[in-house]
Design a protein around this ligand. Structure first.
Ligand code: AMP
Ligand code: ZN
Length: 513
């Protein structure tokens, strides 16, 4: 079954067909770095992470781009309120750049702890002002803008497709009630492309532009950066459901107004909100839970990831300490069951599995570090895993894997996929080595770091890699008939409690019992 995704644009589930075969261009709206990410925001990034992992497992080379908003995002998405970055800097007695750097690092710290793979390209708004200016010039040249009160506005009435994503009707947009009306706007839904008259006297970051010294509106950064890194038309754009009516609607209008190409993006993916029992979580009011606050209560970041994976990304998820507690218990029991399963698998096979994971991570970390513009190396899962090939097609493990993949192909149904993983673990018909291999493979998408259940106290990937290194040295010594060195390596390992066994396919090792 092909991968199918629910597309907000058109409100239906559609087969994913990439613009360029084998490649997927994916832009996910990133954080506004004026405060810590809250656990609701982290739900959005786990959604992007799992989508990326699924695409990679389906054989796509994914170019995953994410922005860091460090300028221009006002407290109201439609140009009202204060600049979030400026406000936060003033409150904390820091510069805007200091605040941006601090919270960007805090963001990476959180996403790393949640085992979220870093995007290939992470781009900061403040480093792409020339690209934004160029894009605005194209929008202006095509006749979609007007100047008023010193600002440059986008005139939504000129754009025929305006509001298609959000199912807005133009008549409604003209009469829409706003808490804060900007008198410069011809239609209430118009939005700022470039502010020259600063709303705030203390606006820290301003740049020269054809419209005067000022700074960009919020939406233009995502259009400019995604077009720069993914081209004028690309495959997937994602964000939280709150971005549908304004931010993404305006991104589409600007991008298509500039390029004249429709549709700008083929698939729009939106995650539903994580809500507290009290109601909405809000970063700007400061009433929110961070990942650290969960850790402070004794939870592992992966308990929270487990909780998220247990829900479908398009269903609202209610956060409560009870639900986190139950996720923790389930994850603990999952790890214990995997440990019991692993005990039934011969040492050499199990160690090879751990080593495969470790080699894959190292190889991919090196490869992704080479990608141009990569701020930080990411660790995408491997595309070339062959260890599953020796599992018989009609075996219980293979059937569970097929059902697991089917669930993911059905608009990324992680709850069903997780249930298949559990089903395999409980399946007494499945051969232990097959079940273990398959479960580790499944975890490449779920990202729950299940291999930690296998590593035990001593068999860390580093330890296994070290032993494998000695085995390779010994092999090389034997090849040049240096049997003295070969024996020394064997004896040294023996002293450390490691027994080597030579087979016709090479050497294997196990611990002395
Ligand atoms: P922000 O840092 O506020 O720009 O938001 C970052 C991402 O988190 C965006 O994709 C938002 O749509 C998303 N988001 C914000 N609040 C929540 C929430 N409570 N649950 C899920 N996603 C959210
Ligand atoms: Zn965006």
């Amino acid at each position: 079954m092909p991968l199918r995704l629910y597309n907000t644009l058109g409100r239906k589930t559609e087969e994913f067909i990439a613009q360029k075969p084998g490649e997927a261009g994916f832009y996910g709206c990133g954080p506004t770095v004026y405060n810590y990410a809250h656990i609701g925001n982290l739900r959005a990034y786990v959604t992007h992470d799992i989508l990326t992992r699924v695409l990679r497992e389906r054989g796509y080379t994914v170019n995953h781009v994410m922005n860091i908003t460090d300028v221009g995002h006002l407290s109201g998405d439609s140009d009202s309120g204060e600049d979030k970055m400026v406000k936060s800097a003033a409150e904390r007695g820091k510069t805007v750049l200091e605040i941006a750097d601090f919270y960007t690092q805090a963001f990476y710290n959180d996403t790393d702890r949640m085992n979220i793979i870093r995007p290939n390209i992470v781009c900061k708004a403040t480093e792409h002002i020339p690209e934004m200016i160029e894009l605005i010039k194209r929008i202006e040249k095509n006749g979609f803008t007007y100047n008023a009160g010193g600002n440059l506005y986008f005139d939504i009435s000129r754009f025929t497709h305006y509001g298609e994503l959000a199912l807005h009707r133009m008549e409604d947009l003209k009469t829409v009630a706003r808490t804060e009306i900007d008198d410069n706007k011809r239609n209430p839904g118009d939005f700022v492309l470039w502010f020259t008259k600063s709303k705030f006297e203390n606006q820290a970051l301003v740049w020269d532009s054809p419209w005067g010294r000022g700074y960009p509106g919020w939406h233009i950064e995502c259009s400019a950066m995604s077009i720069k890194y993914l081209g004028e038309q690309f495959d997937i754009h994602a964000g939280g459901i709150d971005h549908v009516p304004i931010h993404h609607t305006n991104e589409i209008a600007q991008s298509e107004a500039a390029t004249g190409k429709h549709p700008w993006v083929r698939y729009w993916i939106h995650n539903e909100f994580l809500v507290l029992d009290k109601g909405k979580m809000s970063k700007s009011t400061g009433e929110f839970l961070t990942l650290q606050s969960l850790i402070d209560q004794g939870y592992d970041p992966l308990d929270y990831r487990y909780m998220l994976v247990g829900g479908h990304y398009r269903s609202q998820l209610q956060f409560s300490w009870d639900s986190l507690e139950s996720a923790r218990n389930s994850r603990k029991s999952l790890l214990e069951k995997i440990k019991t399963l692993a005990a039934q698998v011969p040492d050499t096979i199990r160690n090879n599995m751990i080593l495969n994971i470790s080699r894959r991570d190292t190889k991919n970390a090196e490869e992704s570090a080479k990608i141009a513009n990569c701020d930080q190396p990411s660790v995408p899962p491997c595309l070339c895993e062959s260890s599953l090939l020796d599992i018989l097609p009609d075996s219980p493990a293979a059937k569970r894997l097929a059902a697991f993949n089917e669930a993911l192909d059905d608009d990324i149904s992680t709850p069903r996929a997780l249930a298949e993983l559990w089903g395999l673990l409980r399946d007494t018909e499945a051969a232990p080595a097959d079940a273990l291999k398959t479960i580790l493979y499944m975890d490449r998408v779920l990202g729950l770091r299940l291999e930690t259940a296998l590593a035990g106290e001593q068999e860390t990937p580093e330890f296994i890699a070290e032993i494998e290194g000695f085995i390779a040295q010994r092999q090389a010594a034997k090849a040049v008939k240096d049997f003295k060195l070969a024996d020394k390596i064997r004896n040294d390992l023996n002293q450390r409690g490691i027994i080597l066994e030579d087979t016709k396919n090479g050497s294997t090792w196990r611990r002395k019992t």
